[in-house]
Design a protein. Structure first.
Lengths: 289, 275
């Protein structure tokens, strides 16, 4: 017995507002994008004939194909970097920091920037990366380089550097959660049976944290895939990823071309999420523990 | 080399990586804060050319072009509205999930879609929908609708997590003692899940306040704060942007600290009450 009866009509009424809201604002617009991307003709109206011409135009242009491929390469690079860094940080925080106060301090130091604006944090990289920027000054002072390196600001390197700082905690968070859930007895049992530390890690800890790794990777994948704002601030107008192309076409009033890119972006993400779901069942997390 | 030595080396290495990343994450934010205090002739990077409140004064006395006060007001109101709506709808939705109604699995995925679907696609699609329907875009109508679809799932997951750890026996006790379901919910359930409600409100506020991609497509001529910042960045990068960045970052930090302190005090007072 609880304040709500199982399978009562009350639960339908309670779920109704959220359902309608999400359907109208998220599902309908996404379906609409797929529909608009198939519109032919000259005017933008639902009476347009359906055709694949818009897609054909996109795939006929080698520049766009290269852009799509380089986007995927960039996303994979970021997933690798944030995954590796994030796992090291998560492992250190959970397994190595014993003092509860230090744990809290470190935890806060990592989480607090998460509550501030991503846009501002991206902008904060600009004074760092420029020719007269902080990094170049440090490198010059250390004598590591004789002339300032121009390759940081408005470059792929700079974008990568900023995005690593923005998204590593997304890769680390779920791993922290899974590491905390591992019973210490499991590791102790393995160690009593004379397994060396690395074997304990590889055979016990790593498999148990795999769902955390996968979820973290999905979060990074989705965010980097659609993060046009960091690319625009740190990369200037010189660099673009697939998501910037949506904006570019939209601002040029090429709604159909923008829809095509949006649909392709969506398909990439769908493939990524479905692949991840095959490894881990998101629904089961948090419920049976 | 014995495994104990190797273990120590690993610990040291992991610790070094962790601290280095912390510095990497914080240095740009701290630099932004420092540079916002540079003198009137200071540029957008070091040297600072003196220390002053010049750029904050500039911010306060801004002209029409780069006046951040109206967007700030709009963003704050919008964030408050989103926080309220998120709390009400997510408590309702999480309570509905406890009823395990038919289709609750699909409902869960629908909510998850709000987090998974990227802002640029949702914003773009919704803007086209509004254009086809002939509805004007405005920050207090269309932007509000879109932003709640982003904040609501976070509030929902927070409430779901809270209800998962919730002990239904206290509700049972109240119901057996003759309280109606509504009274039990208001007097027993609601106070117990209050920390989750505050968490959901915090998500609602801060996600809406910082939202950029969704707002970009769905806001009319009167923009929100992130839009104003981006517009200013497109015109010219000045330490004024650093000043506004520092102000919003500081206010986010103060809000988070206040909420954390509130939660901590609440947990202490309830811990003191139990035997």
């Amino acid at each position: 017995m609880s304040t709500i009866r199982v399978r009562s009509s009350a639960s339908y009424w309670l779920a109704l507002p959220a359902t309608v809201w999400m359907l109208v604002v998220v599902v309908v617009p996404i379906v609409l994008l797929a529909w608009v991307s198939l519109w032919g003709g000259r005017s933008l109206s639902p009476t347009s004939p359906l055709t694949f011409d818009n897609y054909a135009k996109f795939f006929a242009n080698k520049t766009y194909i290269d852009l799509a491929l380089s986007t995927i390469g960039h996303v994979l690079l970021l997933m690798g970097l944030t995954g590796l860094l994030g796992y090291c940080i998560a492992y250190f925080l959970v397994m190595k920091v014993r003092s509860p106060i230090w744990r809290l301090v470190l935890f806060l130091a990592f989480v607090v920037p998460f509550w501030t604006s991503t846009l501002i944090r991206a902008i904060a990289w600009v004074p760092f990366l420029g020719v007269n920027g902080v990094i170049n000054r440090i490198l010059l002072a250390l004598g590591a380089t004789h002339a300032p390196i121009e390759a940081f600001l408005y470059s792929r390197t700079g974008i990568t550097m900023a995005q690593v700082s923005l998204y590593t905690m997304m890769a680390a968070g779920p791993v922290v959660y899974m590491l905390n859930a591992i019973a210490p007895q499991l590791r102790e049992a393995a160690m009593t049976l004379k397994a060396p530390p690395f074997v304990v890690f590889r055979r016990i800890v790593l498999p148990l944290t795999l769902p955390g790794i996968v979820i973290g990777q999905v979060l990074v994948f989705l965010n980097v895939m659609s993060d046009f704002a960091t690319v625009a601030t740190v990369g200037g107008n010189k660099h673009a990823l697939l998501s910037n192309l949506v904006l570019l076409f939209y601002e040029g009033s090429q709604i159909r071309a923008a829809s095509v890119v949006a649909v392709l972006l969506m398909l990439c993400m769908l493939v990524g999420v479905v692949a991840a779901m095959r490894v881990v069942d998101i629904r089961r997390l948090g419920t049976d523990r | 080399m014995g495994w104990k030595v190797r273990l120590n080396v690993t610990t040291g290495l992991l610790g070094a990586i962790t601290l280095a990343f912390l510095a990497y994450q914080w240095l740009p934010i701290l630099t932004l804060g420092l540079l916002s205090f540079s003198g009137p002739s200071g540029g957008t990077t070091f040297p600072m050319n003196g220390v002053s409140f010049h750029w904050y004064r500039e911010l306060w006395q801004a002209s029409v072009m780069n006046d951040f006060k109206p967007p700030l007001l709009r963003s704050s109101l919008l964030a408050l509205a989103c926080a309220l709506t998120t709390v009400v709808l997510s408590v309702m939705a999480a309570q509905a999930m406890r009823g395990r109604f038919r289709g609750s699995g699909a409902f869960f995925y629908l909510m998850l879609l709000g987090i998974m679907a990227p802002g640029i696609l949702v914003g773009f699609g919704f803007a086209i929908l509004m254009r086809l329907l002939g509805i004007e875009l405005a920050w207090n109508t269309t932007t509000f609708l879109v932003q709640v679809s982003w904040t609501l799932p976070f509030g929902f997951l927070t409430m779901l997590a809270v209800f998962n750890r919730f002990d239904p026996r206290v509700e049972e006790a109240a119901l057996t003692l003759g309280a109606s379901r509504l009274v039990t919910f208001r007097r027993i359930t609601l106070p117990l899940v209050l920390p989750g409600i505050i968490g959901a409100a915090l998500f609602g506020f801060s996600l809406s306040y910082d939202e950029y991609p969704r707002s970009m497509f769905t806001t009319g001529p009167d923009g929100t704060l992130p839009l104003a910042i981006m517009a200013q960045l497109d015109r010219q990068l000045t330490p004024e942007i650093y000043a506004i960045g520092t102000v919003t970052t500081m206010s986010s930090l103060v809000a988070v600290t206040l909420c954390a302190a509130g939660l901590w005090a609440m947990r202490r007072s309830t811990a003191g009450r139990s035997p």
